[in-house]
Design a protein around this ligand. Structure first.
Ligand code: DON
Length: 304
């Protein structure tokens, strides 16, 4: 398969959509990013790789970080985790409060903001140095020690994080937060602020694409079955109220972030990351979705 040629052709054919959507502005630091950028990178489990345009430019991974949090929480807590977080698709926006109130502070799934805030609380309780240990894990799984948090982005989000503050309060009221709510929020925003490029993300997600290889990074270990289950949750919950659409158009487990990144995997074959900051109304990258739809259509490599 000539992945390089395929992604170059895809990039040309999606140009008519280049100005659709706009970047996230509710995090003021993200509003400063040039919206007209695009990067894409694929790695196969056999060592092939292809990359185009801004594949090496780092961006704010935002909610993609929730996959790393889930890996750590499952490794630390095992199935105990599911007492505090569900694993059903929500059909609601990533920051919705509606179900959380009705379901008495048990987030529907780990990829909603509410679920990831509970995971931040778990990591604060379980780890001795949560900030360092989370970063060490992400660096180990990506094989890249230069990956960093962006503390300006985290602070900018905290200053405007009224909805997430409401979420953490509702969780605390329902006894689903153990730590001080301010520490939990700050750690959650910090995890979202990690910056990575498409090449680094696609490299990191090979660990999820290849569940037959031992998952053991910076002391975080998962069984093949746990990796498979993380992929199942990416398939059903990775795109919030657009999870069905992503499944229909692309047909892969994946995860998006409001920085404009999307990463998707084809188990036992490849991991692909794409980035373009302009988002649709559901908070997912317009060009990213188009590129992945064409990618699995052209290669005929999707799980369906
Ligand atoms: O909490 C927030 O709103 C952001 N830090 C992350 C949201 C996000 O990336 C949702 N993904 N599409």
């Amino acid at each position: 398969m000539d992945y390089q040629q395929i992604i170059e052709d895809i990039y040309k054919s999606i140009q008519p959509h280049a100005k659709e959507g706009k970047q996230a502005t509710y995090i003021p630091e993200l509003a400063k990013v040039d919206p007209d950028q695009f990067g894409m990178c694929i790695h196969t489990i056999y060592g092939e790789t292809a990359a185009i345009e801004k594949a090496d430019t780092r961006f704010s991974i935002q909610s993609i970080s929730k996959v790393f949090s889930l890996a750590m929480c499952l490794s630390l807590k095992g199935d105990e985790l599911w007492k505090r977080i569900g694993k059903e698709p929500s059909g609601t926006a990533f920051n919705s409060l509606v179900q959380l109130e009705i379901e008495r502070g048990i987030p529907r799934n780990p990829f909603l903001n509410s679920g990831a805030i509970v995971m931040a609380d778990i990591l604060l309780s379980e780890l001795t140095n949560p900030e360092e240990e989370f970063l060490s894990f992400v660096r180990a799984v990506s094989g890249n020690d230069s990956i960093e948090y962006n503390r300006e982005v985290a602070a900018s989000e905290r200053e405007n994080g009224y909805l997430n503050a409401a979420i953490v309060n509702l969780l605390k009221y329902n006894n689903n937060i153990e730590n001080n709510i301010e520490s939990v929020l700050q750690f959650y925003f910090l995890m979202c602020s990690i910056e990575m490029s498409c090449r680094e993300l696609s490299q990191a997600f090979l660990a999820f694409a290849n569940h037959r290889r031992k998952f053991d990074y910076a002391g975080i270990t998962l069984t093949a079955s746990q990796v498979k289950r993380i992929n199942a949750i990416m398939q059903t919950c990775g795109f919030y109220d657009e999870a069905g659409e992503f499944s229909y158009l692309v047909g892969l487990p994946g995860k998006s972030g409001v920085g404009g990144g999307i990463v998707a995997i084809y188990p036992l074959l490849y991991s692909v990351a794409v980035w373009s900051p302009r988002l649709n109304a559901k908070g997912n990258s317009v060009m990213g979705l188009k590129a992945l739809e064409l990618f699995t259509s052209e290669t005929k490599e999707s799980i369906f």
